[in-house]
Design a protein around this ligand. Structure first.
Ligand SMILES: NC(=O)c1ccc[n+]([C@@H]2O[C@H](COP(=O)([O-])OP(=O)(O)OC[C@H]3O[C@@H](n4cnc5c(N)ncnc54)[C@H](OP(=O)(O)O)[C@@H]3O)[C@@H](O)[C@H]2O)c1
Length: 240
């Protein structure tokens, strides 16, 4: 039987490509996002293997309801990928931009994570994939709320992995840390290096999801950066 995967944030970039690659592998896929026209276009392209629902993760009650509606439409859920995220946002002030990043990347994530965890606990198995970032490994002066939001979700997933292990739940929690990947998020940004093609990064990510890894760094060369960052003393990180 086909695996059933729900991708939160499937209207562009990593999430959209993941939806395509999962359908190629004959998964039953559901995708969400605020841009309904993108979801309709994906439906036309992917056909019967694809379900969708308009969803804004900052609307907690409605997004939890949409999640359950998608589970109902697909007849179950084996994997959820919490991919929705923003790195900057047009806002009237820095404070409201920072608040929006926290609302989407942290609060939106926590709400759906909790709902999925409860569902998988009752089902007896499942996999939650959270898309964090290499940026979670250090504070970045140019992206303080973004790097902190990703550190939050990585730490959160580690804590839930411990909880799941101590209670003997068969729930895999996969923390994906991409380096730079081509997408709308990185379009036109300066100062990037080793920017990976989206399809390559997603192929590696999907391989790690299928292997039920607890940690995935994509693309592979970013493992070196992650390792170096972990070894770098704070007095150097404070001056980056
Ligand atoms: N690209 C990179 O270099 C990179 C590196 C590390 C980590 N990441 C992470 O990878 C994930 C995907 O990013 P991407 O690079 O593919 O960027 P992207 O093309 O901008 O995709 C972001 C996705 O998140 C969704 N989203 C944003 N705000 C939302 C909201 N309020 N409610 C529901 N969905 C929302 C977007 O859908 P709508 O706009 O339609 O709502 C879209 O589907 C993000 O979590 C990002 O932080 C990316």
């Amino acid at each position: 039987m086909s695996k059933k995967i729900i991708i939160i944030g499937a209207t562009s970039g990593i999430g959209e490509e993941l939806a395509r690659q999962c359908v190629e592998k004959e998964y039953l896929v559901a995708g969400t996002g605020r841009r309904i026209e993108r979801l309709e276009a994906l439906k036309k392209e992917l056909g019967n293997y694809f379900h969708y629902s308009e969803m804004d993760v900052t609307d907690h009650e409605s997004s939890k309801q949409q999640l359950h509606e998608l589970i109902r439409q697909m007849g179950g859920m084996d994997i959820i990928v919490l991919n929705a995220g923003i790195s900057n946002y047009q806002a009237s002030s820095i404070t409201s931009m920072e608040q929006m990043i926290v609302d989407v990347n942290v609060s939106g994530f926590v709400q759906l994570f909790g709902e999925a965890f409860k569902y998988f606990r009752q089902q007896g198995y499942g996999q939650i994939v959270g898309v964090s970032s290499i940026a979670s490994l250090f504070g970045s002066s140019r992206a303080a709320p973004y790097s902190a939001s990703k550190a939050f979700i990585s730490t959160y997933m580690q804590a839930y992995r411990q909880r799941s292990n101590s209670m003997n739940h068969d729930i895999t929690i996969t923390d994906v840390k991409p380096g730079f990947v081509k997408s709308e998020m990185t379009e036109g940004k300066k100062g990037m290096f080793w920017v990976a093609e989206t399809d390559k990064a997603v192929r590696q990510m999907l391989k790690d999801i299928e292997k039920k890894k607890s940690h995935s760094v994509v693309t592979r060369r970013w493992i070196l950066v992650a390792w170096l960052l972990r070894l770098t003393p704070n007095w150097i990180l404070d001056r980056l």
